[in-house]
Design a protein around this ligand. Structure first.
Ligand code: HEM
Length: 143
């Protein structure tokens, strides 16, 4: 009898472990692209791309780039599922008053894509990052 209870318990445990395994949390995009070093590399490349593009750099002339770098890293980390806290301002507040038009918005996205490519992201990974950022577009355009 004791053995039967033991055997049932073992069988139940094996069953539960087997059920739980496929439910393991999928790897975040953050981890998949390489975590902190990659998010930092994307951000540094992005700053580099911005500094060489006079149409976009003009928006950043008075920006504290050290702060921008820190907040952009946090933002990208959180939005790709990384273990960070975003401590910057809302996208609306930051971009308000800049009157960003669609041409400049699209150009900035191109710079970000270049930055991601240079950091080694595959084309599908680049698209997944853009997909997360896309809904924020409305908070930045023409404000
Ligand atoms: C791709 C979408 C974009 C994202 C995810 C994004 C994200 C951010 C973040 C996280 C910050 C820092 C916030 C803070 O300091 O609290 C920031 C600042 C800034 N962004 Fe964007 N941004 C985007 C598009 C743009 C575009 C299209 C422009 C202009 C063409 C722009 C111009 C700026 C400027 C000038 C600042 C610094 C503002 C300041 O000096 O206080 N951003 N952005």
């Amino acid at each position: 009898m004791v053995n039967l209870v033991k055997a049932s318990f073992i069988a139940l445990s094996v069953f539960l472990v087997a059920c739980a395994a496929p439910n393991k949390a999928p790897q975040s995009l953050y981890d998949e692209i390489g975590g902190k070093p990659t998010v930092e590399a994307i951000t540094d490349n992005f700053i580099d791309e911005i500094s060489f593009n006079k149409d976009i750099y003009r928006y950043f002339e008075k920006t504290n780039i050290t702060r921008f770098r820190e907040k952009f890293i946090e933002h990208l980390c959180v939005n790709t599922g990384g273990p960070c806290t975003y401590t910057g301002d809302t996208m609306l507040k930051v971009h308000q008053g800049q009157k960003i038009n669609e041409t400049d918005f699209n150009l900035t996205v191109d710079l970000l894509v270049s930055a991601m490519k240079r950091a080694g992201l595959t084309y599908p990974q680049q698209n997944r990052v853009l997909k997360v950022l896309a809904p924020m577009r409305g908070e930045m355009l023409y404000k």
